[in-house]
Design a protein around this ligand. Structure first.
Ligand SMILES: Nc1nc2c(c(=O)[nH]1)N[C@H]1C(S)=C(S)[C@@H](COP(=O)(O)OP(=O)(O)OC[C@H]3O[C@@H](n4cnc5c(=O)[nH]c(N)nc54)[C@H](O)[C@@H]3O)O[C@H]1N2
Ligand SMILES: Nc1nc2c(c(=O)[nH]1)N[C@H]1C(S)=C(S)[C@@H](COP(=O)(O)OP(=O)(O)OC[C@H]3O[C@@H](n4cnc5c(=O)[nH]c(N)nc54)[C@H](O)[C@@H]3O)O[C@H]1N2
Ligand SMILES: [Mo]
Length: 770
């Protein structure tokens, strides 16, 4: 396998472990979750040597207030709050953090950074938990121990010596708890910058912007009770069985109840078939599976907006003879722009809708009928919708469709984005935003007595470009694996290497520690499962799930090393060193996180009485104005949007390639080379293709191919030697795994609507490898 980029190290796609055998592909026909999941979990626990601690910790996961929040995903906890609702991938993710392996100073003494750079990403993380702060020594090319005090001083001094606070950037990965998040943004803003990129810039930025424009709130409006009450669920662009497995329970319950469950995805993912509910012991014992779908539609990649438009057009046409097809009263009372939208739907020809969606008119009418016949509908989506050039327009089109039938502000109805990282939504709520509102900054200024900068800061793509230019000289990463998660791998590597200082706050060794600035720090922190002991006792942190529930998470496990600090403490240490004269009581905050929460209550909308309410049995739900039919939009109403359909049909000879996760990975963390639900074993360097597209190109199963992407600026990027897998995917579409395929996503290929890298619609040609 080879790739034709210059940087050898960056482009050898060796992310997963050494394959355990030959690549294998056999379509999967078993239900999702169930025994396959149980087997996979026990193998994983065995490997991590966690068989004793694992199950005990898992019993404490997602328990009301006495446990820690599962770091696996942002799916909310069961509203009944009684039985534990856990999943295979959540268990893997928790166990990953609790491994008994350690990577200490001896490890770094034995291996130079150059040597480690040649290792697989899997092997890096597999060394175990980081145990003490380390600093890069350019003389020896090794990381060497450094005291916390000296580490903070190095950060502080470097930040103080910058010509401008905008020469530093502060990345957040969506793991970070609310309290650390609040302190982190406070530090950046007290220093004088809004350079606060986060993983959300690659994830749901489009959803936030669209919902804000349409409804005056950046979040979904429904909660789990609504999922339990709805008549029809439309699930777009999410691989739920792998990435939000606890959704399977909701889907199975909906099916049982007789609700319609429609999956819209170019791939028929496992959640769109059947499941065995993992915590239902009778189902497990009897192998009884439940269907989780009543209808599957496979649009082309990027075809969702056309499909939504088609459904709206069908509803509008029907309303001529069936006045109940539309909720006229809702439209008149609560929305603005309906007439323009109706005219636009009328003016959009069916042929165009069919061509752009990749679906026949019969299918579109069929799904429109499901929508028409449901009294209450929820539309839910994830990256298959957001990581596109037209992600914002597509989410707005989803809202248009919901508005037509008044599917908002009542039980069982509304938009429901599935967030990614377990606290990515909380990060935004608590101030990680490179484009903060004036209102937020005013309240922050008042409560914290600082003068926050008013100009917008850099997001993820902006940060990469600014580091590359040399305009940003210090990169601080609060969690995550920026080097590998970001697009255009060699470009991002060069950008990070161009920094004067890179600081990574992490739990495990990863690529971002090896792709570093002239000076570099690794600052190891506590994980969510671990006891956070501060002066006033054991501390808990709060998190917010996909459905705006805020609750406490408290770790109870012994810390992986006595030298770890909590994330709030690390932020406070850096802040004090960078701002020696700051009046912010950094040290006092760390003694007792209730104090941070008291300040947050003054700054954040909906956080009144934070300390009391977060201790209620299931926490509290942040008020959603749109849910109460209060729209904080310029018109004070829900706004219909009127974007023309984009052209998403690939040019002749080209394909639209989507990059996605396998079942056995968590973003840049790879657990194995298998993708069970897609029937793949021992292979990650693959590309799923339509059989006819393969035949047309003379490519047979498992044949190595060369993939060439063409960016907006006309430049090409290459990935060679990936194996072609014939798959049930529409013609003109292809798919493969991130982060191996990030080299194909050019830094300039980001959406003009959301600034998100276009990770689901890479324009490629695929030819047999020569
Ligand atoms: N186990 C596990 N859980 C996770 C993660 C993980 O890596 N592992 N990651 C977390 C994070 S940060 C996030 S953001 C989420 C991601 O959750 P997902 O959004 O499920 O992530 P992807 O694997 O990128 O899968 C995208 C899905 O969209 C489909 N798709 C691609 N293009 C299109 C399109 O044009 N239209 C439609 N309708 N569908 C399309 C793909 O077939 C795939 O099913 O999961 C979170 N949870
Ligand atoms: N091509 C392509 N690229 C993508 C995507 C895609 O679909 N396609 N998806 C994008 C999306 S949605 C996202 S969210 C990003 C993910 O981007 P990131 O959030 O930056 O990446 P992760 O892989 O989730 O980060 C894993 C690392 O987090 C650290 N970590 C784990 N737990 C903790 C903790 O408790 N505290 C701290 N401080 N560190 C911890 C560990 O060191 C681990 O190595 O990737 C994006 N990149
Ligand atoms: Mo994400």
């Amino acid at each position: 396998m080879s790739t034709s980029q210059n940087e050898q190290e960056s482009t050898e796609p060796r992310v997963g472990p050494v394959p355990e055998g030959d690549p294998h592909f056999q379509p999967y026909h078993h239900p999702a979750a169930g025994w396959g999941a149980a087997k996979s979990v026990s193998r994983f626990l065995m490997r991590e040597g966690a068989l004793v601690d694992g199950p005990r910790a898992i019993m404490r996961m997602n328990h009301e207030n006495t446990g820690f929040d599962c770091p696996g995903c942002a799916w909310p906890d069961d509203t009944k709050g009684l039985h534990l609702d856990i999943c295979e991938n959540g268990i893997k993710h928790v166990t990953w953090e609790m491994t008994r392996r350690r990577v200490g100073r001896e490890f770094f003494a034995a291996h130079s950074v150059t040597e480690l750079s040649g290792w697989r990403d899997y092997d890096l993380e597999n060394q175990g938990r980081l145990t003490e702060p380390m600093v890069y020594d350019p003389e020896t090319d090794h990381y060497v121990p450094i005291s916390w005090k000296d580490a903070f001083e190095l950060v502080g001094r470097t930040l103080r010596e910058l010509d401008s606070p905008h020469q530093a950037t502060y990345y957040t990965s969506g793991r970070l708890g609310n309290e650390a998040t609040f302190l982190y943004q406070l530090m950046a803003r007290e220093l004088g910058t809004n350079n606060l990129p986060d993983c959300s810039n690659m994830c749901h930025e489009a959803s936030g912007r669209a919902l804000q424009a349409s409804l005056g709130t950046g979040k979904g409006t429904v909660d789990l009770k609504d999922w339990e009450a709805t008549d029809a669920l439309f699930i777009l662009g999410v691989n739920a069985a792998s990435n939000a497995p606890r959704m399977l329970t909701a889907l199975a319950e909906a099916y049982h109840r007789g609700a319609q469950v429609v999956h819209i995805n170019p791939l028929v993912e496992a959640a769109a078939t059947r499941t065995i509910i993992p915590h239902d012991f009778t189902d497990m014992a009897t192998f009884r599976s439940t269907r989780t779908s009543t209808l599957n539609l496979q649009p082309r990649i990027g075809g969702d907006m056309a499909l939504m438009r088609g459904m709206a057009k069908a509803i509008l046409e029907q309303s001529a003879t069936d006045p109940k097809a539309l909720d006229r009263e809702f439209i008149d009372r609560h929305t603005s722009g309906f007439d323009e939208y109706r005219a636009l739907c009328e003016a959009t020809p069916w042929e165009e809708i069919e061509r752009q969606s990749g679906l026949g008119r019969d299918d579109i009418l069929k799904v429109a009928r499901v929508y028409r016949e449901a009294d209450r509908s929820i539309v839910s989506w994830c990256l298959g919708v957001s990581q596109h050039e037209h992600g914002v327009d597509t989410v707005r089109e989803i809202v248009n469709l919901l508005l037509l039938r008044g599917n908002l502000g009542r039980e069982g109805a509304g938009p429901s984005p599935v967030r990614g990282h377990s606290n990515v939504q909380g990060n935004r709520t608590c101030g990680i935003d490179h484009r903060p509102t004036e209102e937020f900054l005013d309240r922050l200024a008042e409560a914290c007595d600082i003068q926050p900068p008013r100009e917008h800061g850099l997001d993820t793509v902006g940060t990469i470009k600014a580091m590359h230019r040399g305009d940003v000289k210090v990169f601080v990463g609060m969690g995550g694996n920026f080097a590998l998660a970001a697009p255009d791998t060699p470009y991002t590597y060069a950008a990070l290497r161009n920094c004067d200082l890179t600081v990574q706050v992490s739990t495990k060794l990863n690529r971002s520690h090896l792709v570093h600035g002239r000076r570099a720090l690794i600052l190891p922190c506590l994980g969510r499962t671990e006891r956070d002991q501060q002066r006033k006792g054991i501390q808990s942190t709060s998190v917010e799930d996909s459905m705006s529930m805020v609750h406490l998470s408290v770790g109870m496990k012994r810390t992986a090393s006595p030298h770890l600090l909590s994330e709030p403490a690390i932020v406070a240490g850096m802040a004090r060193a960078a701002l020696p004269d700051s009046a912010t009581p950094w040290e006092w905050y760390i003694e007792d996180y209730d104090r941070i929460r008291d300040t947050m209550a003054q700054v954040l909308d909906g956080f009144e009485d934070f300390n009391r309410r977060v201790r209620l049995p299931l926490g509290f739900r942040i008020k959603q104005p749109a849910r109460e039919l209060v729209f904080l939009t310029p018109s004070g109403r829900a706004e219909f949007s009127t974007a023309v359909l984009p052209d998403v049909v690939p040019a002749p000879g080209t394909l639209a390639l989507g990059t996605m996760r396998s079942h056995d990975q968590w973003n840049t963390t790879i657990y194995s080379d298998n993708d069970r639900y897609r029937g793949i074993k021992n292979l990650r360097t693959l590309v799923f293709m339509n059989q006819d597209d393969m035949r047309e190109r003379g490519i047979s199963e498992f044949e190595p191919v060369n993939i060439t992407s063409t960016a907006k600026d006309g430049s090409n990027r290459y990935l060679n030697g990936f194996l072609a897998i014939p798959y049930d995917i529409p013609r003109g579409c292809a798919a493969g795994y991130m982060p191996e395929m990030n080299v194909l996503v050019a830094v300039c290929d980001y959406s003009t609507q959301s600034d998100q890298p276009i990770m689901k619609h890479v324009k490629v040609t695929i030819t047999p490898a020569t």
